[in-house]
Design a protein around this ligand. Structure first.
Ligand code: PNS
Length: 166
């Protein structure tokens, strides 16, 4: 039996922390659908098309096991529509716990069939997030090894720094 998980998020942009969770998730699930959904409390730096493109670049090499998609609506509705076995989320530190716990419980309340599975983020990426990486990059911090190459390139362009690839 094929096991499928949805890995939902804003991916604004995808980070090496996300890639790590997806890579490790593939040791548990046969297939992961990485889905961009809307987090209403966030203002996005990148539009949907840019985020999809950066995800595709960051997840090169997992083709066949990973699908990239987007959905405008409730995560549990999407999970049901795609007949997913679970929602996969990464958990970094205690600071993530309350939000993740609340979201998992709300999702369970909305649809009792949907299970949420958490993987602990690898120590290497424990301090990173899209938000903190964007903040560091905005003020000229070196964030190159925290991002897949296209995400780094696009972030540099967004903040008006010379394109390292050109
Ligand atoms: O990467 P993020 O911003 O932490 O991801 C949060 C996200 C997008 C997964 C979450 O906000 C979400 O599921 N949005 C869709 C609407 C929804 O189902 N919200 C949760 C129950 S109210």
């Amino acid at each position: 039996m094929q096991r499928t998980a949805i890995c939902p998020g804003s991916f604004d942009p995808v980070t090496m922390g996300h890639v790590d969770i997806i890579e490790r998730g593939l040791k548990i699930f046969d297939r992961i659908i990485v889905t961009i959904l809307t987090n209403p409390v966030k203002n996005y730096l990148f539009n949907l098309e840019e985020r999809m493109e950066m995800l595709a670049d960051g997840l090169k090499g997992f083709e066949g096991q990973v699908e990239i998609d987007h959905y405008d609506g409730l995560l549990v509705d999407y999970a049901a529509k795609r007949k997913a076995d679970a929602i996969l989320r990464g958990m970094r530190a205690v600071s993530d716990f309350e939000y993740e716990f609340q979201m998992a419980l709300m999702n369970r309340k909305l649809n009792r069939e949907v299970q949420t599975v958490f993987l602990m983020t690898s120590l290497r990426w424990i301090y990173t997030s899209s938000s903190i990486i964007k903040e560091a990059a905005k003020f000229g911090g070196d964030v190159e090894n925290m991002l897949p190459s296209l995400a780094h390139q696009r972030l540099m362009e967004k903040f008006g720094f010379p394109n390292p690839a050109s």
